[in-house]
Write a protein that binds this ligand. Structure first.
Ligand code: ADP
Ligand code: RBF
Ligand code: MG
Length: 460
């Protein structure tokens, strides 16, 4: 690449306070301030401001970035190489799947593994990060950006040989897309890196949620925001509070992973909630890396989203909305919420997995796998009340309204979300069911219910 990337500081600021090129190469920055416990202003604004037109926002981002690329005169970004390497490290060093691939290669005849290690990069910059991820063992890297010029510039790192967005070839691919619109078949990803790009999303919380849904259990999620030299009080007060954004997601910090570089514990941890699953205590303090002129948070998608304490519920099955989740192919037994109110305390809204049974039915008294939605069905305009809906992964051959159902909830899959239509919701529910099946095959899950009643041998 002969031309250059030296982005004017004014442009960088227009991109949302990030510091693309705002600092001369090699200059030392002030030590960045860690995200504080102050409310995440940008997020709140984006979330509450219903008039945010996402398409217009993305076009604006694309235009700004296109302009930056076409106007650049030097071929560098601040801390470019070190930062790419540090982020690739955060994303993949000691990754459980990377280790599995290495073992697989060792054991294979030809010394190679057919397993893939997929990374998603949101924010192309110069393509150095994609290159670093491939060097650290990623087999596939999908790079997203709103700017076609930025993507083309990044693709130059790869001599234009692997810029196709089609096919399943290993290497880097470049896609002009919003992270919320990446189809599931592009994944699942073992690592996602928001490369100085989360704060400038139309809705950062939604972008992070969607990205996490594209990952595999055990994946790393890295959020890195560049700091501008002249980061002042006003700017730091609007800095993205990444810990607050992940509080509702099945993510755990890499707190016990000192391998991930220079790290420090958040000092202003005052979050008082104490939800009951293992993935949530970790939100209280994420690991924050302050090197390379950036603030970098690294999280891990838990290998199994296991609840610390199983939640047992037993309640009569009541009529639901009659909209017919059966029409969706997913009948849901709605539990009487008044009866399960106590169990619901402290349970966040979202999708869970566990075992269910009809204790009063001799034929269906055994435990069978189930998925459970605890939520207000934001996809539909049918009221805000929280319902508990259990979809049992078996065929009962009949309705069982009025009968008692026992449910033991063992794990959390994801937060409840608003989908753009029934089809998207059903597609996601099918993925939830797949994850639940896999998780519930684990012996450790069976040991958490009363095994004496037995398990349904085959589901559905
Ligand atoms: P509603 O809106 O009344 O809840 P649904 O379309 O969700 O209606 O259907 C749920 C009903 O279907 C349950 O109450 C139950 O009687 C029956 N049902 C049959 N098979 C299943 C199953 N595998 N899981 C859950 N409910 C089932
Ligand atoms: N409804 C939503 O609006 N958003 C969701 O994310 C969502 N996830 C669900 C996951 C599962 C596994 C199940 C069984 C249901 C889910 N629902 C969700 C509820 C769904 O909208 C509901 O079952 C139908 O509307 C019928 O009441
Ligand atoms: Mg139902």
């Amino acid at each position: 690449m002969s031309s250059a990337l030296a982005f004017p500081a004014t442009r960088a600021r227009a991109l949302g306070g990030s510091a693309l090129g705002a600092r001369p190469l090699g200059a030392r920055s002030k030590r960045p301030v860690i995200a504080s416990s102050r409310p995440a202003l940008r997020v709140a604004r984006a979330a509450t401001d219903a008039v945010v037109d996402k398409a217009a926002h993305n076009e604006e981002q694309a235009a700004l970035r296109d302009e930056m690329v076409s106007g650049c005169t030097e071929c560098t970004m601040p801390f470019e190489a070190e930062r790419a390497s540090a982020l690739a490290n955060a994303a993949l060093a000691d990754h459980s799947r990377a280790s599995a691939i290495a073992r697989d290669a060792d054991e294979s005849d030809d010394g190679t593994s057919k397993m893939s290690l997929r990374a998603l990069v949101v924010g192309a910059e110069t393509g150095k990060l994609a290159r670093a991820l491939l060097q650290k063992g990623a087999t596939h890297v999908l790079v997203l950006d709103h700017s076609r010029l930025m993507l083309d510039r990044a693709a130059e790192q790869f001599d234009g040989t692997s810029s196709s967005t089609m096919g399943n070839d290993s290497g880097a691919r470049f896609l002009r897309a919003d992270v919320c619109d990446v189809p599931a078949y592009q994944g699942p990803f073992d690592a996602v890196v928001f490369n100085d790009s989360l704060a400038t999303q139309a809705d950062p919380a939604e972008a992070l949620r969607r990205a996490v849904l594209l990952t595999r259990p055990g994946a790393r999620v890295v959020v890195s925001e560049r700091e501008s030299v002249e980061a002042d009080e006003a700017e730091s007060s609007t800095r993205l509070d990444v810990d607050a954004l992940v509080a509702d997601l099945p993510l755990q910090s890499t707190l016990d992973s000192p391998r991930l570089g220079k790290t420090m514990r958040r000092s202003d941890d005052d979050r008082g909630d104490s939800p009951r699953d293992e993935s949530s205590d970790v939100h209280e303090s994420s690991f924050v890396d302050l090197s390379c002129g950036s603030v970098t948070h690294t999280y891990e998608v838990p290998p199994l989203f296991k609840l610390r304490d199983a939640v047992a519920m037993s309640a009569p099955v009541v009529e639901g909305f009659g909209r017919g989740s059966r029409l969706m192919g997913v009948p849901t037994a709605n539990l009487d919420v008044d009866v399960v109110a106590e169990a619901l305390e402290g349970m966040r809204r979202g999708v869970y997995f566990g075992f269910a049974r009809l204790p009063e039915d001799g034929k269906h008294g055994k435990w069978c796998k189930c998925v459970v939605n605890v939520g207000a069905r934001p996809t539909f305009a049918d009221g805000e009340g929280v319902t508990v809906e259990v979809h049992a992964l078996r065929d009962f051959g009949r309705d069982f309204y009025g009968e008692r159902m026992d449910v033991v909830v063992l794990g959390f899959l994801r937060p409840e979300m608003r989908f753009d239509g029934l089809q998207a919701l059903v597609a996601r529910i099918m993925a939830d069911i797949g994850l639940a099946r896999g998780a519930l095959d684990d012996r450790a899950c069976r040991e958490r219910v009363d095994e004496s009643v037995g398990f349904q041998a085959s589901d559905e």
